[in-house]
Design a protein around this ligand. Structure first.
Ligand code: SF4
Ligand code: SF4
Length: 535
């Protein structure tokens, strides 16, 4: 891992003054800490993806295939004909600049090519040159340029410095979605075998084993058994977790980050305790043991292949509907793309909460409900016995994870739950939450160690808003409903606001949940004394 500057040095190094040279005349500097490592050849081979080879971004020669320009041109043409949005986004930008200062990477780096408008120009300039008469005639004067190896290098650098968070799109008067442009840029690079390992290895693991981390079925079961041991020690209640149970009503799918590392594991324990308490007839699958979908960060083809597994398992197990855990991009895939990727899932039923009778009409097409929708419905119907004072040592704020909030609209449900499971909740400033939420800086496959400096830069606006409520209200806990956030935010907090810990919502739910037959609880899910039990 590259050496990370101290926070004060990093902050003082940001320079937002306009650059001296025109943007077409500058090249990216592949400095440690600012780029992600390429996909290993074996990983690409495993998936049958094009041009596996050893290469490094710092090499002069990226070993591109002989006809690489033709490949990119044809792939671009194909996407322009398939996706009308791409064609529109290429044509309608008026370069008003409303999006320019809205990207967390621009705010944290000062690099003008991290302005969404300029990030899109990296692709648009080639579009103009290759596909418009105007661009062909006017060339550089008309914002067009030829596709060169330097352009490819620039694409790789900047399309892997975008977390596809869509914050910029909120401010664009034309609704241009730069995340979609980044996705297309990454697809075109993928056609040349240029992708990053932190995206491709999880895709390969998920496709072949069942989850991004490559955890095999027997280990998955062992992990769950260990968690059930911990739950028994804390509550005195032994929980059985159904795996691959045919004929269950609900298939529960959650990201592997939730059962692999803290603090996600506490969230996972929270789901298990909740489902046990309400007597939910559910099963997990050892084959669809991943809710996340890193295909979103590579190509439609990869996204489709991973998404299909969840629905294939739902069919094989004969469930009625699917419940999803606290995941971020799973919901972007399910709600924005699932229907045209693999849907509609007509063989499933419209989800209905068996405890409250609520029918989730919003999920009538995908047949998949987010667990915060499910739990807030339980609370609203008085189905849970909750003691929020068990979380009295926590002063909480909530990070709206980009995908389930901006893409899916889950703004109220997490806050509704939090207000019932803890007594001290404070929102961050309005312009940093809900639709306008700031990204953790590590999404879209960029949560890797080698990219740490850019992660800390990109996460800085989020961290500053947390710091604000920490100073004003004494906030010590940041909740989120996304597994990438639960993995990325602790590092970000340690760097910028070390007094604040990170938790999933269902960790707090389970701490507050008074279960039938439980022993008097002394500690929370982290094994820390509950308020009043410190002695
Ligand atoms: S999608 Fe997010 S990361 Fe990408 S350019 Fe827009 S604001 Fe920046
Ligand atoms: S806000 Fe929209 S139209 Fe204006 S520069 Fe940005 S992408 Fe272009």
């Amino acid at each position: 891992m590259s050496k990370l500057p101290k926070p004060e040095n990093l902050a003082s190094s940001i320079d937002h003054r306009p650059p001296r040279k025109p943007w077409m005349d500058t090249k990216p500097e592949f400095r440690p800490g600012t780029y992600s490592y390429p996909a290993k050849p074996k990983v690409l081979e495993n998936m049958g993806f094009p041009f596996p080879r050893e290469w490094s971004p710092t090499d002069e020669d990226w070993k591109l295939p002989e006809n690489w320009q033709e490949i990119v041109h044809n792939a671009f043409k194909d996407r322009l004909s398939k996706y009308r949005s791409l064609k529109v986004f290429m044509d309608i930008c008026v370069r008003c600049g409303a999006c320019a200062d809205k990207c967390h990477y621009f705010i944290g780096s000062g690099d003008p090519k991290n302005m969404p408008v300029l990030r899109a120009e990296l692709l648009r300039s080639i579009y103009r040159n290759d596909f418009t008469t105007f661009g062909k005639l006017l060339g550089r004067f008309g914002g067009a340029r030829k596709l060169t190896e330097d352009v490819i290098k620039e694409w790789f650098y900047y399309f892997y410095q975008c977390t596809e968070c869509r914050r910029c799109s909120l401010f664009c008067p034309y609704g241009i979605d730069t995340a979609e442009i980044t996705m297309m840029g990454r697809e075109l690079l993928h056609e040349l075998g240029l992708s990053i390992n932190w995206v491709m290895e999880p895709i390969s693991n998920c496709f072949h084993v069942g989850n991004h981390l490559g955890i095999p079925p027997h280990t998955f079961k062992d992990i769950i058994d260990f968690m059930c041991d911990d739950i028994e020690e804390i509550t005195g209640i032994r929980i059985e977790v159904p795996l691959n149970k045919k004929g269950a009503e609900v298939l529960f799918v959650t990201p592997s980050g939730d059962y692999f590392a803290d603090p996600g594991t506490y969230t996972f324990m929270g789901y298990l305790m909740l489902f046990h308490e309400i007597g939910l007839d559910y099963t997990m699958s050892t084959y669809a043991s991943e809710g996340g979908n890193f295909g979103l960060f590579n190509s439609y083809e990869a996204m489709k292949r991973l998404n299909a597994k969840i629905y294939a398992e739902a069919k094989r197990l004969g469930v009625k509907w699917i419940l999803g855990g606290e995941c971020g991009h799973m919901w972007r895939v399910v709600h924005q793309y699932m229907d045209t990727l693999n849907g509609p899932a007509d063989f499933l039923e419209v989800p209905r909460n068996p405890i409250t009778g609520t029918v989730f009409h919003n999920a009538r097409s995908t047949k998949m409900v987010h667990v915060v929708e499910f739990t807030s419905d339980l609370i609203k119907h008085g189905a849970l016995n909750l003691d929020p004072s068990r979380n009295d040592h926590l002063i909480v704020t909530h990070h709206d994870s980009c995908n389930p909030s901006r893409a899916l609209g889950l703004f109220e449900e997490p806050r509704y739950i939090l207000r019932h499971v803890c007594n001290h909740f404070y929102d961050m400033p309005d312009q940093t939450i809900r639709e306008q939420t700031f990204c953790c800086g590590s999404g879209a496959g960029l949560n890797n160690d080698e990219f740490m400096e850019m992660r800390m830069r990109g996460g800085m606006p989020r961290a500053q808003a947390v710091k604000y409520v920490h100073k004003k209200y004494g906030v010590n806990t940041l909740t989120c409903i996304c597994a990438i956030d639960r993995a990325a935010l602790p590092t970000l907090m340690d760097y910028w606001v070390p007094e604040v810990q990170v938790a999933g919502i269902h960790e707090l739910v389970a701490n507050a949940l008074v279960m039938r037959g439980e022993k008097e609880r002394e500690v929370n899910l982290r094994g820390e004394p509950l308020p009043g039990k410190e002695g």
